[in-house]
Ligand binder design. Structure first.
Ligand code: NAD
Length: 477
């Protein structure tokens, strides 16, 4: 049984209710978490406010940085334990679970170093005045985190908020919260004062909604679906609370005929297979210049046929999806593809060791997907890559920008001028030229445009969003 983490203590839900924890690899229930609601958000928010006013505001930026660095080191020391927790909770293959712990430690290391480098400016103004801008924390920040990368998203969101001097109330996803409850304990051991990091678990429509609506929360950072993102923004708007929304994408990989296919192919495959395609920045659309369309699909087909999905501890190319409803969602998309006559190029295999009760999906490559079809427009959030040809650079831009989303794009070409033209015209938050994802890029600001959300996390830029700028004008004659 796992408890909420409030004021550095293990706290049962006020209602006494709990939720089962299911292993996605087997479909079996193996643990319990608290099913929190408004009462628990009240408790966590009060603990956070108390910590903010009585302790956290008084700690120097350098000391905050030292605490965060200590937590980063604690995370690294407990890497195997955290990876094992995440593997079972979220069905991640071993390499992915370990990579997530490494990224979490790195986020805290990066933001530890940033704490005492965040400052305002002195502005030239009228004679007799001195004007300063101060970067102040919001106060108590709320963080609603999805199940696909609990540790990474905690790192980028909570790491940035703490570095900027905020205290946090965190609502992880009901399907992926056990690693974060352990990280909160490690933070206590590292010396974080009670109330600085608080975690309340439970359903989104109960505890998540309560957090989004709570008047004690001064800023909300949400990562998840566009539908829930709209609800969060509406709830926040009612009390004029600032929000950062990261809502996923339908990100294109754009391959020109002059591309280095030996470099592009592994990156294209990884970008849709990683975490079983349950990645907001998954490269889920493949736009290919017509002259190499057949060649590239043939080469990719061979790779897809050899991909394997199976139990996380076998550390294959893919583990299970997070839950039955997510698997059903992918099946619905594939059945729509079948009905629409969209050709299937190749599919990987689910290994015999995978229990029938687990949520496994073989990676799938589809071709000639009509640009207006929902498979080319909506986030599948599973290992399904949709290929389509393009005729010209302008055609590629039109297709790439032709969805409601705008998170990430990959461009594969050796033509330097074209690289710049493409980067300029793509409507999204990140563009990768001859790579995809830049190996994670803790330092690189991340976020979307359009339905992919707004605001930036990661990098130093994120710190600006976790602060309020105050202008102070002194008239001294
Ligand atoms: P979701 O948006 O429902 O859940 C994300 C987080 O929001 C979870 O912590 C959840 O408990 C919480 N939440 C849910 N309803 C809420 C509400 N009414 N108020 C406040 N918080 C609420 O996502 P999901 O149902 O887990 O997945 C559905 C789809 O969302 C996926 O198929 C995928 O397309 C997308 N998604 C995107 C990301 C991403 O990284 N951008 C992550 C997860 C899911």
């Amino acid at each position: 049984m796992h408890f909420n983490h409030i004021g550095n203590a293990k706290v049962p839900s006020v209602s006494g209710r709990t939720l089962p924890v299911t292993d996605p690899a087997t479909g079996q229930v193996y643990d319990e978490i608290q099913r929190s609601d408004i009462g628990d958000v009240d408790l966590a928010t009060k603990a956070a406010r108390q910590a903010y006013e009585s302790v956290w505001l008084k700690i120097s930026a350098a000391e905050r940085g030292r605490l965060m660095m200590k937590l980063s080191q604690h995370i690294s020391l407990h890497a195997d334990e955290l990876a094992a927790i995440e593997q079972r909770d979220c069905g991640k293959p071993t390499r992915q679970a370990r990579a997530d712990v490494t990224a979490l430690a790195r986020y805290f290391e990066y933001y530890a170093g940033a704490c005492d480098k965040l400052h305002g400016e002195t502005l030239p103004y009228l004679d007799g005045y001195s004007v300063h801008t101060w970067r102040e924390p919001h106060g108590v920040t709320g963080h609603i985190i999805p199940w696909n990368y609990p540790m990474q998203i905690f790192g980028r969101s909570v790491g940035g908020a703490l570095a900027a001097g905020n205290v946090c109330v965190i609502k992880p996803a009901e399907d992926g919260c056990l690693s974060l409850l352990r990280v909160a304990e490690l933070a206590t051991e590292a010396g974080f004062p009670a109330g600085v990091i608080n975690i309340v678990t439970g359903y989104g429509h109960e505890v998540g909604k309560a957090l989004a609506e709570h008047r004690g929360i001064d800023h909300i950072s949400f990562t998840g679906s566009p539908t829930v993102g709209t609800l969060i923004q509406q709830a926040a708007a009612a009390r004029h609370c600032p929000v950062t929304l990261e809502l996923g994408g339908k990100s294109p990989q754009i391959v020109f005929a002059d591309a280095d296919l030996d470099a592009a192919i592994p990156a294209i495959v990884n970008a849709i297979v990683q975490n079983s395609g349950q990645t907001c920045s998954a490269g889920s659309r493949l736009l290919v210049e017509h002259g190499i369309y057949e060649t590239l699909l043939e080469r990719l087909g061979h790779v897809f046929e050899n991909l394997r999905a199976g139990p996380p501890e076998l550390d294959l190319d893919l583990g299970p999806l997070i839950r039955q409803s997510q698997l059903q969602r992918v099946w619905d998309f594939l059945s729509d593809a079948h009905v629409a006559g969209i050709p299937l190029v190749a599919q990987g295999k689910i290994v015999d060791e995978a229990p029938d009760t687990g949520y496994y999906q073989a990676p799938t490559l589809l071709r000639d997907v009509p640009p207006g079809h929902r498979l080319a427009q909506e986030e599948v959030f599973g290992p399904v890559l949709c290929a389509m040809p393009f005729q010209s650079e302008q055609d590629a831009i039109r297709l790439a920008n032709g969805t409601a989303f705008g998170l990430v794009a990959g461009v594969w070409t050796r033509d330097g001028a074209r690289q710049f033209r493409m980067a300029r015209q793509l409507r999204c938050g990140q563009v990768f030229i001859n790579n995809y994802g830049a190996a994670g890029g803790v330092e690189l600001p991340f976020g979307g445009v359009k339905s992919s959300g707004h605001g930036r996390e990661k990098g130093f830029e994120a710190l600006l969003g976790f602060t309020v700028l105050k202008t102070v004008a002194f008239r001294h004659g």
